[in-house]
Design a protein around this ligand. Sequence first.
Ligand code: SAM
Length: 384
Amino acid sequence: SESGLGQWPHPRWVRVNTIKSNMDEELRTTFAGYKTTESLEEILRYPPSSAPKVVHVDKHVPNLLAVPRATDLSKSPAYLNGQIILQDKASCFPAYLLRPDVEGGDCLDACAAPGNKTTHLAAILHDESRAASRPKIYACERDKDRASSLLTLLQTAGAQKYVVAKAGQDFLRIDPGKAPWDGIGTLLLDPSCSGSGIIGRDETLSVVLPRKEASDPLEVQSKKRKRKPTRETTPNVQRVPEENSNIEDKSSDQLSARLAALSTFQLKLLLHAFHFPKARRITYSTCSIYAEENEHVVMRALGSSIAQERGWQISRREEQVSGMRAWTIRGNADACMDSANDKSINVADVAEACIRCEKGTKEGTQGFFVASFVRQIGNLGTDQ
Ligand code: SAM
């Protein structure tokens, strides 16, 4: 396999943007002459240098395709016009799992740039037949430079008329009780993370330097670092032996400190999301392999007083949207147990409710984590 990709290489994932096109049209045009295969493994088996015309329609996420890695779509009219978006399969899970079309209320993408998930939300919600009652999507991005890439992607994808972009808006500074935020029914929360699940980052960890506030650990530098996983749950990741040199110990301490800062920041955002008075569903996601940023955040959030006051629970596997119910890689129960301080929470159920993706497997995804939270609220749509 290509270096750093694990046992299985990574295909090229293509999301058909249903604002501008549909699966049949793309198979007839962009992928004209392609053989369709039921087997994702067939796509993965082609060497990195070969791009035969073969396409696989994904079984979990609607409107998603895979083609061999070497397939270059970057100059295709469909890509340039925003009919297709190159987006990893795992990164399509949060918007699909959130089901903003079913839950009702407006939708808030709290950490939006560069906008892959925002445009996916827009594609789910754009149905013209429901124009009068269609929920609005608000997309917040605190970093103004990154917000410009969000605006560009919204434009290319034809999503701008469905999305109110809030460039420079810090999600933590939103008052959930004030309009328009008091009408938010669903939140997609995809905060900054270590990026350790990204393909090609097996040995390079995105080093996140916390500013003074723990809520703000966002200056990202890319540095080569040997990582010593603390409680990460990917079984095929090599552990650095204890007898390693002081330098490695130091960098592993730095890694632990950074993961702790990230985890504190991620939890803070999630608890803020729990405060929206009409919210019924939230997805929390990272492209991290580390339990600190994933199961630990979920367990701490579930044990929080705001979760208990407002009735937030994890959305159990059997209640998830069908494609996600069928996804077999789930959270790690030991990692959930590590951070369980509320004995009334069933750790096995929480682990089963969490969705993980591992890079280098025959599923062909990047490393990723997503959990959704739900709560029942009265017909008036508020508990306040
Ligand atoms: N959801 C995006 C997508 O799929 O294209 C990727 C989001 S990226 C992992 C996290 C983003 O959150 C960064 O652009 C970062 O600047 C932004 N961010 C971090 N903290 C924030 C906050 N407090 N309020 C709003 N945006 C924030």
